[in-house]
Design a binder for this molecule. Structure first.
Ligand code: C2E
Ligand code: CA
Ligand code: CA
Length: 590
């Protein structure tokens, strides 16, 4: 059985080393490797002859009893070694922790009870012993814990580079896994990249899915044991993994070496699988699933950026059952660049009138007349490029700008209708889209009412479109908002009806005026028998529920004819008219 486990040796000068040693109750080292002597800065011979093969000789005299007891009780304690025995590069810290089992009989230390602040306190105050509450005092063992020399204990010896003592950050290590913290990791990676600039490196970001479930079901200690086990497993692959850190909770980041990202991904996938198999043992009946992402790191990419990229790659494979590791691609890079561009330019674009409202007519099928229109926003840049909403609305929904943009659209629509009324010109009701972001604003309904009142418009000239998914995700809020709007006299429609899974349930719960049948029903151009049956049933059902049906995305005369036959009320689509700028729409109205 291997009892020593050197973790995370990247670079003797910069990283720190965790050695797990097997010792007796009285501190005699039973098993170790050469690393220990290097750390202590003395030869094996001296360690055996002068120090009786015993670590206690490195601990200050008045702390030795506490040291024995800490070993025996597996108290999580920190001892700073007397400086005279240091090699001149390092500080040695003895950290006693309870060992946890790794596969193949290897051991890792699960130093769960030691708070990081306690480690700091010890280093700061130069005190030599602490209990788990962080007070400097002697530990006591229970009466029946008699010291038996033959009892073996695994302890961890951590070695840190001696650096400016004011730079406390440097001493931080992860108490659960023994890995360096983020700051330490950055420093290690920087050094490695600088030293081996010709090698190809990548960052791997791994998340253990549903880890919270383990914590909740089996307790935090068990969760911590698994984290330590995972860190131990990964850091054994020294030819591949060159640095590691636990970024937060169950998220790990690794620096790996490899020319081909596909090969790196394959290797990570099999390691994920291996851990997944290991995680499910007699103690935990759960097979943990890991998801990872990989991104290249080179002199041009910052470490932070590479970590973010790897995380994006990881998210890209969520819900993909065929792989547990995604690779950061050019398209992902472009998406980030585009998002950044949008974030930087949206405010200016709004001020610079780059957002314009287009109108798409709605046709009454029975008469072929235009009975309404939908307002659809366009971003027309200063160079004349027309950017469709799908390229910026999802970004605005993430960054919150959608609320501002929607109200800009609502006001443009109000101004347009007011202007036509003032000039005694014909009008049709206009529908606007309501982003889900508004639902968390308790003043949303009132803001819309105030706006429409400001333009002295009858409320029924404005129709509000809420998508089916927004209604399902926030059903209670949506229900309340719909009720308030309808009481005022606004017309409400459910947009993209039929695009989700719970469409029919929605009809049961929500009373609305119109349902807009999603364009996917008409995408294929030709209508299939099954689609015809479904559409006619929805139209029939809606009629019985006193709702009107508008079919979206109608592109052919066949579709239009069919919809007319089954008495669908309205339609909207390229077959009748595309969304158009206001000037063209006014021509159509006149
Ligand atoms: P939506 O509300 O479902 O709007 C209908 C979309 O279908 C529009 O795309 C329209 O141009 C397109 N369309 C209409 N007829 C046809 C057709 O016959 N064939 C095809 N293939 N497409 C057709 P658009 O304008 O690109 O807008 C996309 C989505 O962006 C909208 O889907 C809506 O969800 C969102 N959106 C647009 N303007 C706004 C806005 O001002 N505020 C908010 N919150 N969302 C908006
Ligand atoms: Ca819509
Ligand atoms: Ca729609």
């Amino acid at each position: 059985m291997i009892r020593t486990n050197r973790q995370n040796v990247q670079d003797r000068e910069t990283s720190y080393v965790n050695l797990i040693l097997s010792v007796t109750n009285t501190g005699t080292v039973i098993e170790t490797d050469e690393e220990l002597y290097e750390l202590l800065g003395i030869s094996k011979k001296i360690f055996i002859n002068k120090f009786q093969n015993n670590l206690v000789n490195f601990v200050r005299n008045d702390q030795q009893k506490a040291f024995y007891e800490a070993i025996k009780c597996h108290k999580h304690s920190v001892f700073i070694i007397e400086p005279i025995y240091h090699n001149d590069k390092s500080e040695l810290v003895l950290l006693i922790g309870s060992p946890c089992k790794l596969h193949d009989g290897e051991m890792a230390i699960n130093a769960t009870l030691l708070e990081q602040s306690e480690l700091d306190n010890n280093i700061n105050s130069n005190s030599y012993y602490t209990n788990t509450e962080g007070k400097v005092e002697q530990t006591t063992c229970k009466e029946n814990d008699t010291i038996k020399d033959k009892d073996l204990h695994n302890i961890i010896v951590s070695c840190y580079e001696t650096i400016d003592k004011n730079d406390r950050e440097y001493y931080h290590c992860d108490r659960i896994t023994g890995l360096p913290n983020e700051t330490g990791f950055y420093e290690i990676v920087e050094k490695i990249l600088k030293r081996n600039s010709e090698e190809a490196y990548a960052i791997v970001y791994t998340d253990i899915n549903c880890f919270g479930y383990v914590n909740e079901t089996y307790g935090y200690l068990e969760g911590n044991r698994l984290l330590a086990q995972y860190a131990g497993m990964m850091t054994q692959e020294k030819d591949f993994i060159k640095a590691a850190t636990r970024l937060l909770a169950d998220n790990f980041v690794f620096l790996v070496v490899g020319d081909s990202l596909d090969e790196v991904a394959d290797r990570i996938c099999s390691m994920n699988k291996e851990f997944s198999n290991q995680s499910c043992d007699e103690r935990i009946a759960v097979k943990l699933i890991l998801s990872s992402g990989i991104a290249r790191i080179d002199s041009k990419t910052t470490i932070r950026c590479a970590i973010d990229n790897a995380n994006i790659a990881r998210k890209s494979i969520k819900a993909n059952p065929h792989t547990s590791c995604g690779i950061f691609t050019k398209q992902m890079q472009e998406k980030i660049l585009w998002e950044t561009h949008v974030n930087h330019n949206m405010e200016y674009a709004l001020k610079n009138n780059e957002f314009q409202v287009y109108y798409q007519p709605k046709i009454q099928l029975k008469t072929g007349k235009m009975v309404g229109a939908e307002a659809l926003v366009r971003w027309i840049t200063s160079t004349g490029e027309i950017i469709p909403p799908m390229r910026f609305i999802p970004i605005f929904e993430k960054n919150g700008f959608i609320e501002k943009l929607d109200f800009f659209v609502y006001e443009e629509v109000c101004r347009f209708l007011r202007d036509r009324l003032d000039h005694n010109l014909s009008i049709v009701p206009v529908s606007v889209n309501v982003s889900g972001a508004h639902l968390s604003n308790p003043y949303f309904v009132q803001h819309v009412i105030t706006l429409v009142e400001q333009y002295k418009l009858p409320f029924n000239l404005i129709e509000l479109e809420l998508t089916e998914s927004v209604c399902i995700e926030n059903s209670s809020v949506a229900l309340e908002i719909i009720k308030q709007f309808r009481e005022k006299g606004f017309v409400i429609s459910i947009d993209d009806f039929g695009s989700g899974y719970s469409s029919l349930n929605l009809l049961k719960d929500m009373t609305t005026d119109i349902i807009k049948l999603d364009s996917q029903f008409f995408r294929s151009g030709k209508m299939h028998q099954e689609e015809k049956i479904i559409i006619s049933s929805i139209v029939h059902m809606a009629k019985q529920l006193n709702m009107k049906v508008l079919s979206e995305g109608v592109e052919t005369s066949d579709q239009s004819e069919f919809l007319k036959e089954i008495s669908c009320d309205m339609a909207q689509g390229y077959f009748f008219a595309k969304p158009m700028p206001i000037s063209k729409f006014e021509e159509l109205l006149n």
